[in-house]
Design a protein around this ligand. Structure first.
Ligand code: TRP
Ligand code: SF4
Length: 327
């Protein structure tokens, strides 16, 4: 039997290049080798967007299409709509007894997201979402979780919960592992350490060629470099970080040329946007297909979720037996 992957995305808008290099690329690479579950996390979306149900609902389709556009094969993967899997909600309640409030409050990702969204008074649901994420991963006994590095604290938390559960109630759940990519974090074009939907510094998988070119044009370079005649420092240039992630073959050469004043920033940016658009073009084509076949996308989500529920019911039966929640 194949090992299993579960990973996913909050349904709060569209996916960007940071998601792609952090996780989506690995999903595509591993879809043959692993039984791959892609979670459309519409409950976790509520933690920050509870006041925008329309956005969450429309994003279920958009995120599914983002995933399909990069080459996930609808015949191989299983989409799971989080809100439609009762096992996830039930496990969240059981696991919540095994987690201290303090460990949640000290979770670095929770802290930085709370700051980013300007919360000083966290909701119970937001603070506790790493517990619900553990339920996401374990309802189907996933072995591997491809994620960006911001998710590492949640993976630690998940392993802690699973170990605690198994110690208390007997070996029932698999201990999951993360899979980090070669680029676990892509900075924003503006120099922000993270590319983010809410930070306004992202290139989206769904951006058209002109938009990508314009965004690259506005990216932060070595600001001390006044003209082509000046030697540049690629190490402090955002454009260069993107060459490293998306233009691997030319990367070293571009660094050399920049340091020796043999390439100007305008040309360097142009090379990058051409390269990005080359990569994005096949994604755009697949996106066009699925946008014109929304019914197919809906069927994929409904069928996938129904398969997930069969697996979830089995897990719940094992979990409840282990916990002696039976009459
Ligand atoms: N927290 C993840 C993110 O913000 C999304 C997510 C929800 C997830 N449930 C998951 C990722 C389970 C991996 C496994 O991107
Ligand atoms: Fe950055 Fe390229 Fe300009 Fe060097 S030449 S500073 S790498 S944009």
């Amino acid at each position: 039997m194949k090992k299993r992957i579960l990973t996913g995305d909050r349904t709060t808008g569209k996916l960007h290049l940071g998601h792609f290099v952090g996780s989506l690329q690995n999903r595509v690479k591993l879809q043959d080798e692993y039984d791959t579950f892609i979670l459309l996390a519409d409950i976790q979306a509520l933690t920050t967007h509870f006041n925008n149900p329309e956005l969450i609902n429309s994003s279920i389709y958009n995120i599914a299409i983002d995933n399909l556009s990069v080459g996930l094969d609808p015949n191989k993967i299983t989409f799971v709509q989080q809100s439609q899997v009762p096992a996830i909600a039930e496990l969240t309640v059981f696991y919540s007894m095994l987690v201290s409030v303090n460990s949640l409050r000290h979770n670095p990702t929770i802290k930085s997201e709370a700051m980013q969204y300007g919360y000083d008074d966290l909701t119970y649901g937001f603070l506790g979402y790493p517990i619900s994420q553990t339920a996401d991963i374990t309802f189907c006994n996933a072995d591997l979780v491809p994620v960006g590095d911001d998710q590492l604290p949640h993976m630690e938390q998940a392993r802690k919960i699973v170990r605690r559960f198994n110690d208390l109630y007997g070996e029932t759940l698999k201990v999951p592992k993360e899979l980090l990519s070669a680029t676990p974090r892509l900075p924003g074009l503006d120099g922000n350490s993270k590319m983010g939907k809410s930070l306004g510094n992202a290139i989206y998988l769904s951006d058209d060629a002109e938009t990508v070119t314009a965004k690259v044009k506005s990216a932060l370079t070595d600001m001390n470099r006044i003209s082509v005649a000046n030697r540049g420092n690629p190490d402090i240039c955002m454009v260069n970080k993107y060459h490293k992630a998306f233009n691997v073959d030319e990367y070293e050469n571009i660094c050399d040329m920049c340091r020796n004043a043999k390439i100007g920033c305008v040309a360097c940016k142009k090379t990058l946007s051409i390269r990005l658009n080359q990569m994005l073009d096949p994604f755009r084509e697949r996106r066009r297909y699925f946008e014109n076949h929304q019914g197919e996308v809906r069927d994929l989500i409904v069928c996938g979720t129904s398969r997930a529920n069969e697996i979830g019911a089995e897990t719940m039966s094992n979990v409840k037996k282990a916990m002696k929640i039976i009459i």
